[in-house]
Write a protein that binds this ligand. Structure first.
Ligand code: TEU
Ligand code: CA
Length: 650
């Protein structure tokens, strides 16, 4: 039966994916080679924490009582039975705290929005050579995986999420040779590369759609979703996420096509097996080049509801819950796994807009062979009521993480993120971006994101504490979502320009898309062009990478220290999560533990100084990191300054 293993103190802290290499040894299941793997990667057997003993005894009793029949039930529990929390789980050989170790569970992912990262040729647009020139900067953070937002040929109606050719690099970003060079340079630095897979829709300029719209008998007609008008109106009442109807009348054939996003993003018809096989081929094209996985754009939308029924009124404000999880989603993902995913050592993360926490295991439970992880939107959209900003509270945020840890058992893996290219800056939305607290709160949020339970995803610039942009006019905006909403709401006088722009400053996607701030030269060193494609935040003189690299107390260096701490602490990856004080409105205190290896994270989510008595008998031990300088404080009462973050052993 399985031994309970804990990894401690890597011999080579700089070695990336040490656990993954250990897992390669452990997979053989041979005790000798396991022992060899253990000593090589610093694995120790901790006596006295063999947790599965009671479970074994229970099974034995059941076996004796009910005979061989129940053995089947018992092993079915291992295979496909009801959820078992990690605390109760048996620990088969090769698991850590009940979890199968995987490189993508241990990784920290860094998301790049190529258009805004670094311009190498002075045209005002970021590009692949720009990314290559900054790989040492990325590696210096201690991240393991780069997720590249769409780099494919595109007319850019939605900045690359409208793909014209899946096998060509966007001209503005460079060439396929540049891509190959980027992939090689990432691998040389022992990092991995994950691409954005956008296959719910294409561009209307994709060759398939160009053919599809030509006639009703085109061999490509069924690649998309075409319907005749209904009583002179669109086929149903579905709305687009970018305002208005989700249907567009195409004059050539007099029929409507479906677009859940922009008019220039027609939805593919996944019920057509040819579409699915085209997608699998293009996935293999990139995987065969050596990329390590995909982030799958709005993947739960690919299977549409039978008969395309009207949106019921209760879904009008949140149609994503109606569009997601269609009748064939699981079937298509399992087919994708058989045809593609299972053939590679890769990771997948589905952007699961419209998927509830309760539905999540049906997509990510490892025994189902669908996806490795999904992005659940509960935390990142906590500050939103539809598309409008709402003030959120700390107990609400904590409740989300507790629910996630309870809903996902040892067979399902979570993601942790509070920002991306579709959301405002993390320090502005969840921290405090005023000069007094920006640095402290950005560090506190990094402390949290890197120690909660799930693979952390960091968006470019968050490691510098970059902030929202002070938008005052719609002319400063680029995002099609905002421009369409302006037409639908302000031009029609439903919302005043002032109210609209106030909301834009809080939640607009353009907040995170302003260029990276590299130094204090014009345009923050992002481009040598007189103008970047989207204006650089005027605060680049104070907030930029050069300044932070030279300041040992910067957000950048703190992030790197946190990443190193996570790298050597398996409990932050596989450990049990316990919120110590769910109702506290200012303090977020939680533990991560594997057996006797216990860590305490205490975060002050307020600007107030707080004297905090730890609940129960918990006492802070050795201080591992703090965002406001060293402290000798220990024991059961902590004096925390505004936005202070500390991690202790206990
Ligand atoms: O976003 C999916 C998505 O549904 C939202 O997060 C979306 O940004 C929001 O509803 C707009 O108001 C993905 C991509 O991340 C996003 O950039 C794309 O625009 C979208 O899909 C279409 O490909
Ligand atoms: Ca460029």
């Amino acid at each position: 039966m399985g031994e309970f293993l804990v990894l401690q103190n890597y011999a080579h802290e700089s070695a990336r994916f040490a656990m993954h290499r250990w897992w390669e040894y452990a997979k053989s299941n041979n005790p000798r080679s396991l022992a060899k793997g253990c000593s090589m990667a610093g694995v120790q057997k901790i006596p006295g924490v063999i947790k599965d003993q009671p479970v074994i005894i229970t099974r034995l009793a059941l076996f004796i009582l009910f005979g061989i029949g129940l053995m089947g039930v018992s092993s079915a529990t291992d295979g496909a039975g009801p959820a078992v929390g990690p605390q109760n789980a048996s620990a088969p050989a090769g698991t850590i705290n009940g979890y199968q170790p995987k490189w993508w569970k241990e990784a920290i992912v860094y998301q790049i929005y190529p258009r805004s990262f670094k311009d190498s040729n002075g045209d005002g647009i970021g590009d692949l050579q720009g990314i290559i020139s900054k790989l040492d900067y990325i590696q210096g953070l201690g991240v393991n995986v780069v997720w590249l937002c769409p780099h494919y040929d595109s007319p850019n109606a939605d900045n690359g999420y409208d793909i014209r050719n899946y096998r060509k690099v966007m001209t503005e970003f460079g060439t396929m040779a540049d891509f190959d060079e980027l992939l090689k340079a990432i691998k040389q630095r022992h990092m991995k590369l994950v691409l954005d897979l956008v296959v719910n829709h294409t561009s209307d300029e994709h060759a398939w759609f160009v053919e599809s719209r030509k006639s009703k008998d085109s061999p490509y007609r069924d690649y998309y979703i075409w319907r005749p008008a209904k009583d002179g109106q669109p086929p149903n009442n579905w709305t687009s996420f970018f305002s208005g109807s989700a249907w567009k009348l195409d004059p050539t054939t007099g029929e409507y096509y479906l677009h859940l996003f922009a008019e220039k993003q027609p939805d593919l018809n996944w019920d057509n097996p040819k579409v699915r096989s085209e997608v699998y081929d293009l996935m293999k094209f990139w995987l065969d080049k050596g990329v390590d996985g995909f982030r799958m754009d709005v993947i739960p939308f690919i299977s549409k509801r039978e008969g395309l029924p009207d949106l019921p009124p209760e879904y009008m404000s949140q149609p994503q819950y109606f569009y997601a999880m269609g009748p064939h989603l699981h079937e298509y993902l399992q087919e994708m796994d058989r045809e593609v995913l299972s053939k590679y050592d890769m990771m997948t993360v589905g952007e699961a807009f419209g998927v509830t926490l309760e539905q999540t295991p049906s997509l990510v439970d490892e025994r189902r062979s669908e996806l490795n992880m999904i992005f659940n939107f509960d935390a990142v959209r906590l500050n939103r009521n539809g598309d409008e900003w709402r003030d959120w509270t700390l107990p609400e945020l904590k409740a989300i993480y507790t629910q996630q840890s309870q809903a996902l058992d040892v067979h399902s893996w979570n993601t942790i993120f509070l920002s991306n290219h579709d959301n405002p800056r993390v320090v502005s939305a969840f921290g405090n971006d005023s000069p007094a607290y920006r640095v402290a709160s950005a560090k506190a949020l990094a402390t949290m994101v890197l120690t909660l339970k799930g693979t952390p995803f960091i968006y470019q610039g968050d490691e510098l504490g970059m902030t929202n942009y002070p938008f005052t006019s719609i002319d400063q905006c680029d995002d099609i979502a905002v421009k369409n909403a302006w037409q639908a709401l302000v031009v029609t006088k439903k919302v005043s320009p002032e109210v609209f722009m106030a909301n834009v400053r809080k939640v607009s996607r353009d907040n995170s898309r302003t260029p990276m701030q590299w130094d204090n030269s014009p345009n923050g060193g992002f481009t040598t062009a007189p103008k970047a494609w989207l204006a650089v935040n005027p605060n680049f003189l104070e907030i930029n990478a050069n300044q932070e690299l030279s300041d040992p107390n910067s957000v950048y260096h703190y992030f790197a220290q946190m990443a190193a701490l996570r790298e050597k602490t398996p409990a932050f990856v596989y450990g049990d999560y316990t919120d110590l004080d769910p109702a506290n409105p200012k303090i977020f205190a939680y533990t991560r533990a594997i057996g006797a290896e216990k860590y305490l994270v205490v975060l002050n989510f307020s600007t107030d100084a707080v004297t905090y008595k730890l609940p129960g008998s918990i006492k802070a031990g050795e201080l591992l990191i703090s965002n406001l300088g060293k402290t000798t404080e220990r024991g059961d009462t902590l004096h925390l300054r505004g936005w202070e973050a500390r991690i202790y052993k206990f």
